[in-house]
Design a protein around this ligand. Structure first.
Ligand SMILES: Cc1cc2nc3c(=O)[nH]c(=O)nc-3n(C[C@H](O)[C@H](O)[C@H](O)COP(=O)(O)OP(=O)(O)OC[C@H]3O[C@@H](n4cnc5c(N)ncnc54)[C@H](O)[C@@H]3O)c2cc1C
Length: 430
């Protein structure tokens, strides 16, 4: 086994969250190694982005390339709730000049992000599979073991950032997972080469399906539509028990839709993919020697296309917290507490709203008003509140201005954390 020392941070996973934390730490002058199991480009789901990501993309110097490569996404066309009429909201409704995001082919987008991390100074090793977490006798994570080209390597670092997506390589071992049983879904999707665009042809389509579940339509290009059906595990299990295949279940969803079925020829069957879509949060996003970002920290149903935004936002916060901790170890506790507090708030805002929205029998105005209450913007318009929340733009000030060593609110955060730790210790003692 070979031994390598002296990385400041080893990042497990080179998806959007891993390449973001790796790029920003390398840019700040730290020695970073990103270990990615696959060779890029590799397929990934999660193709529709939101404008809340744009300030980070500016920070990473990627906006021009994104604009040149990918179809602009201008808003959301919905058919949802009691009112049978479709409705839409565009990004500019949030009241900022971030008027578009992008629909991306993830294999290409993720490669662009990872290459950018390389350019900014991170060392990247692909086809490097992390198999073990190293801990000292106190439980502090001190590095990882990985395999690469048939050999096993051991690498030590001051911090390990878990950005391994749903594999949750570190957080699976070191945290409790809070599975959200009411959001235990499955997604089935495929790609159509020919389709009829929506009236607002650059929008994502989000449509509630009679009898439960919802469909997405993502116009990746003029000749490629990603069409997906999200349904509960119970509904899928019941349909499977009746002998239905994924093709048939997908066809049923399409048949029950009003808008999605106008986009494609239901007679054409395309190869389908499927994935578990079960929302979850880890009870901790950091511990001695490690942090978790992206799906490795938490995952929320993709109703509002928030996954890549949440993952990269957490990575942006983590990079600044780790930078503070690396420059002075006494910063570690407050910086990481602060990272977790801000990051967890992003997840809980989206989670509570997804939960509210999943109730399909409300009026459009009720959905908008609830968003206005949750969104981190002061506005008298529910329309502004809705778009500020679902685009992530409403939380951007918290991200851009994040100061891991700021004092404001820190006392409350520490008290809250101590309370949680005491409750956990009491529960463990019972
Ligand atoms: C059905 C569905 C639809 C979705 N739609 C959207 C959408 O429209 N918009 C959106 O923003 N989000 C969407 N998401 C969510 C989105 O896919 C994720 O939130 C996002 O990819 C998370 O990024 P990440 O970097 O955390 O993880 P990932 O993108 O999964 O990257 C993790 C990387 O870690 C690597 N890895 C894993 N284990 C190891 C290991 N042991 N060693 C080394 N490397 C490892 C993997 O190979 C992978 O490349 C969707 C999710 C689902 C399930």
């Amino acid at each position: 086994m070979s031994e390598t020392q002296n990385y400041d941070v080893v990042v497990v996973g080179g998806g959007p969250a891993g390449s973001t934390v790796g790029a920003l730490l390398a840019k700040a002058g730290h020695r970073v190694l990103i270990l990615e199991r696959e060779r890029f480009p590799r397929y990934h789901i999660g193709e529709s982005l939101v404008t809340g990501m744009t300030p980070l993309m500016e920070e990473l110097g990627l906006v021009e390339q994104l604009d040149a490569r990918y179809r602009h996404k201008t808003g959301i066309s919905l058919r949802w709730g009691k009112d049978p009429q479709p409705w839409r909201s565009d990004f500019s409704a949030a009241g900022t000049d971030y008027d578009h995001a992008w629909h991306v082919t993830r294999s290409d987008f993720d490669e662009l992000m990872l290459d950018n991390a390389r350019k900014l100074g991170a060392e990247v090793r692909e086809e490097a599979h992390v198999t073990e977490i190293l801990q000292d006798e106190s439980g502090t994570v001190t590095g990882v073991v990985y395999t690469h080209e048939g050999r096993t390597h051991r690498v030590s670092s001051r911090y390990v950032a878990d950005a391994s997506g749903q594999s949750r390589t570190v957080s699976r071992r070191l945290t409790e997972t809070q599975w959200q049983d009411d959001l235990r879904n499955v997604a089935i999707w495929g790609y159509y080469d020919t389709y009829t665009p929506l009236e607002d042809e650059d929008d994502i389509l989000v449509e509630a399906i009679e009898g439960g579940g919802w469909m997405w339509g993502i116009p990746l290009s003029k000749s490629k539509l990603s069409l997906g059906y999200v349904l509960s595990v119970e509904k899928l299990t019941e349909a499977t028990r009746q002998g239905l295949s994924h093709q048939e279940i997908f066809a049923q969803g399409l048949e029950s839709s009003i808008m999605a079925r106008t986009m494609v020829d239901a007679g054409v069957s395309v190869p389908l993919k499927s994935a578990r879509d079960w929302s979850h949060l880890s009870d901790r996003f950091f511990g001695p020697g490690w942090v978790a970002v992206g799906d490795a920290a938490a995952f929320i149903d993709p109703l509002f296309s928030s996954g890549v935004w949440l993952g990269t936002s957490g990575a942006w916060l983590a990079a600044r917290a780790l930078d503070a901790a690396l420059s002075d170890p006494s910063n570690e506790a407050p910086a990481l507490e602060r990272f977790e507090a801000v990051y967890r708030q992003l997840f809980s805002d989206i989670l509570s709203y997804v939960r509210f929205f999943m109730e399909p029998n409300r009026l459009r105005e009720e959905y908008m008003e609830r968003a206005q209450q949750i969104a981190r913007v002061y506005t008298r318009s529910s329309r502004v509140g809705f778009m500020a929340l679902v685009s992530g733009i409403g939380a951007v000030a918290d991200l851009v201005n994040f100061d891991p060593m700021g004092v404001e609110g820190l006392q409350e955060i520490m008290v809250e954390r101590q309370k949680i730790a005491a409750e956990r210790a009491a529960a463990a003692a019972e």
